[in-house]
Design a protein around this ligand. Structure first.
Ligand code: NDP
Length: 489
């Protein structure tokens, strides 16, 4: 990692780093805007960030996504810590960047041919200062330690922003559910939970879904936990409605992201009504993003998967969305089939960002918006970005959005609705009650508006709001204060 020490007023500081995209490592540049500061101040701050990051990189070699996520937070939080020395003395940021516990285990299972398969399972218990560890499980061939550490790190700040008492964690496996039979998925999930069940519990760690983990996988894992431990308890969220799940949980991340974008637009006196939106992905988050955009009077024109993008300028209405849900959740097909069915354009191997839109909702995976994608979006008039996915925008692309001063809602704020409703599922499980759909949706809306308020509080710079800074500092303060209260643990 290199560094430019000649930073001057309104300087852009360059940090060279590696960025992993689609499993490959690329050279990347992280830029830090440091305007309105004396050159001495800029240089001093930059040195502190550089020195902090050098230690993180050295301690966590090869974990490029983790470095990227920590760096983004450090850039906002280190200047704040400088003004609040109590956090510096207690080395709070250094402690937050170190997981409380990492569990790594073998997951053996038998496939349909009777052959032995071995995957690697993980659970990162990152921070429990404000509540039990909470965060999803990802099943995807790209899963490795560094990827889950980035997600667990982000989760700490996200969960703090929700206003609910949840610590941060993340887990998963390099198991690829694509092309596997239901029986194989069940065998894997049972083996995975056989080990994981020793480490989780309703007051310890409560996992949920993420990429590759939906209702089917949560069901198999819950069943195995219950069988081994002989207890029916809220150890997972995203459960089926008739066995402890919450209404609105499947919808929560997508709906929440749209509520957040609506709040950003409202803050500028605008709304989603009549806006054209580009959505990536076609899984859980993407589907419910489309549903809520439609309900608020906007129009979504794209969806994608790892093979390509469909572009439907007429809009993905309710009927077409029902087809997508059947295609993806039941038939487990490819988005290409949508183009055949509705006679629209399919762009093989392409992402949606070349399409003209007012609002972009990246809802597939990390680092899916590159610098040139961001430039294209801005050039085409995109005025807002709501990150349904975690860290979908590369650091250089974030700089493009920030320089253009468009409304950029980072994932830890914009997609916090999913974990927020998971928190509400935990409350309902503790009460042994189920709340009405409208009640949960109202609470979700209230939480997304509260997150927006926090971002504005910590991110306001004159008339402009820096949502990255707002989310990072807003998420940090609650966790940091709890850590100070609880002593050196
Ligand atoms: P799903 O597994 O339901 O859907 C993921 C979608 O993204 C699929 O369309 C998938 O396509 C696509 N995708 C996955 N990996 C890649 C890739 N490397 N390149 C291109 N497309 C890809 O997952 P979710 O919708 O639950 O999650 C999407 C994002 O939202 C993730 O970043 C997740 O961490 C984040 N998120 C999810 C929450 C939730 O509640 N579910 C909560 C907060 C954040 P394909 O089928 O081809 O793999």
């Amino acid at each position: 990692m290199g560094f430019n020490h000649d930073a001057v007023e309104s300087a852009v500081v360059f940090l060279f780093c590696n960025i992993r995209k689609n499993g490959k490592i690329h050279k990347g540049v992280i830029t830090t805007k440091a305007s309105n500061k004396s050159s001495k101040e800029v240089s001093n701050m930059s040195k502190q960030i550089e020195s902090f990051m050098e230690k993180v990189v050295k301690k966590n070699p090869g974990e490029t996504e983790f470095h990227q996520a920590v760096k983004e937070v450090a850039e906002s939080v280190i200047p704040f810590i400088e003004k609040n020395p109590k956090y510096k003395k207690a080395k709070i940021l250094e402690r937050i960047a170190e997981p409380e516990r990492v569990i790594m285990f073998r997951v053996p299972w038998l496939d349909d041919k009777g052959e032995v398969q071995i995957n690697r399972g993980f659970r990162i218990e990152m921070n429990s200062a404000i509540g039990p560890y909470k965060g999803g499980l990802r099943l995807h061939p790209t899963v490795y330690l560094g990827l889950l550490k980035f997600l667990a790190f982000e989760q700490v700040f996200k969960n703090s922003l929700t206003t609910l008492p949840m610590g941060g964690g993340k887990g998963g496996s390099d198991f690829d559910p694509k092309g596997k039979s239901d029986n194989e998925v069940m065998k894997f999930c049972q083996s995975f939970m056989t080990e994981l069940c020793r480490h989780i519990g309703p007051n310890t760690d409560v996992p949920a879904g993420d990429i590759g983990v939906g209702g089917r996988e949560i069901g198999y894992m819950f069943g195995q936990y219950k069988r081994i431990r002989n207890e029916f308890t809220g150890i997972l969220t995203g459960k089926g409605l008739n066995w402890g799940g919450s209404l609105i949980r499947p919808e929560a991340t997508g709906y929440g992201c749209v509520y957040f974008v609506e709040a950003m637009l409202k803050h500028k006196g605008d709304t989603l009504k009549g806006k054209t939106c580009a959505v990536s992905g076609s899984g859980n988050v993407a589907q419910y993003t489309v549903e809520k955009v439609n309900q608020l009077g906007g129009k979504c024109v794209t969806l994608s998967d790892s093979n390509g993008t469909i572009y439907d300028p007429k809009g993905i209405d309710e009927k077409k969305l029902a087809y997508v849900m059947e295609l993806k959740n039941v038939k487990r097909g490819r988005i290409k089939e949508y183009a055949k069915k509705y006679g629209c354009k399919y762009m093989e191997g392409k992402r949606p960002w070349g399409v003209k839109c007012d609002v972009a909702f990246p809802s597939a995976t990390q680092n899916e918006i590159s610098k040139s994608d961001a430039q294209e979006l801005v050039k085409n008039g995109c005025m807002a970005v709501g990150e349904g996915a975690n860290m979908p925008t590369t650091p250089e692309a974030i700089t493009v959005f920030q320089n253009a001063k468009i409304l950029y809602g980072p994932g830890k704020a914009a997609n916090a609705g999913g974990v927020a409703v998971s928190g509400l599922e935990m409350s309902q499980n503790s009460q042994r009650l189920s709340w009405e759909r409208a009640d949960v949706d109202k609470k979700l809306q209230g939480i997304m508006i509260a997150i927006h308020r926090t971002c504005v509080k910590y991110g306001k710079e004159g008339k402009h709001v820096d949502y990255v800074k707002g989310a990072n500092i807003g998420g940090f303060v609650k966790v940091a204060d709890a850590m100070l209260d609880q002593g050196l643990v």
